[in-house]
Design a protein around this ligand. Structure first.
Ligand code: ZN
Length: 296
């Protein structure tokens, strides 16, 4: 099967070093195997979107010499496909409506750690409340969902015990990230997903949805995420500085160094074509550190 990879930024803030690491890893992994590298704009959550950011992200990727294949997929235009997936799950009895408020779920959970609530299945056993916004949940089973990650080895989760029936369409009408990603990866024919290790626990949920929808599971490679001194993932929320379009080579060099690709110092001042050519030719997934996060 031909390799199809992807990079899927959310337009909630400009790209930062952590995004560059993920983009570079997925790009080099795809290109080193003569694969396609597709882009997807994860602009599902329109209220959180910062106007102009999607265009800025594309300009930044271009300035850094990334060359993507095919048309960009925008999640904001995919509502019909998400609805179709939800309906398929409903028809097969795998999804059910939920009208519980956050407080009701917190009050009913027996879990000691209230930050990690497991939905107790209230609306599966009882009638939903009238005149309340409805979320949709997927039924989980006690079967273990597991996969072999190209870097992190075997990862498994018992979804009913560790996550509970999770939301696939939110009460505010937005489709959940987990459902949208699965439907879009299938649409784009993605065969290999390279992304940050903070999404390891999302992966089991996504595989669970794939199986429920009869969608083939791609292979996964979860790379360490970049954190600040406080151990927080770089993001707009943790005030990560955005990439500097004026000095792409140095920043790409640092991303390759972060991924332990041992780029020669001379590459820092190389032209982007030569830099990417080196990175793709010398790409070694085996050299990537196995940690889930690395402080920069
Ligand atoms: Zn409920």
């Amino acid at each position: 099967m031909a390799y199809v990879g992807r990079f899927a930024p959310s337009p909630t803030g400009p790209l930062h070093f952590g995004s560059l690491v993920a983009a570079a890893a997925s790009y080099c992994d795809a290109k080193s195997q003569q694969g396609k590298w597709l882009l997807r704009m994860e602009d599902l959550d329109k209220p959180r979107e910062v106007v102009g950011t999607a265009v800025d992200i594309l300009n930044t990727l271009e300035a850094f010499g990334f060359e993507w294949d095919d048309a960009i997929l925008y999640q904001s235009q995919r509502e019909a496909a998400y609805l179709e997936a939800l309906q398929q799950l409903q028809t097969n009895g795998l999804a059910y409506p939920c009208t519980c408020s956050r407080k009701e779920i917190l009050d009913s959970t027996s879990h000691l750690d209230k930050k990690h609530t497991i939905y107790p299945g209230t609306c599966l056993q009882n009638a939903i409340k009238p005149n309340k916004p409805i979320a949709w949940r997927i039924k989980t089973t006690s079967e273990t969902t597991q996969f072999n990650d190209a870097i992190q080895s075997e990862f498994s989760e018992n979804l009913s015990q560790e996550i509970g029936d999770f939301v696939i369409k939110r009460a505010d009408g937005l489709y959940a990230y987990q459902l949208a990603v699965v439907v879009d990866d299938a649409k784009q024919g993605i065969t290999r997903i390279v992304r940050g290790a903070d999404l390891l626990t999302s992966t089991t949920r996504q595989i669970y949805i794939q199986r429920a929808l009869n969608i083939a599971t791609p292979s996964y490679m979860h790379i360490p995420i970049a954190t600040n001194n406080a151990g927080e993932k770089l993001s707009k929320q943790t005030l990560a500085s955005s990439l500097n379009k004026q000095q792409p080579a140095t920043q790409i060099w640092h991303a390759l160094d972060f991924l332990n690709q041992q780029p020669p110092i001379a590459l820092k001042t190389e032209r982007l074509t030569a830099l990417w050519s080196w990175a793709i030719t010398n790409w070694s997934a085996a050299k990537i550190p196995k940690q889930h996060s690395i402080m920069i």
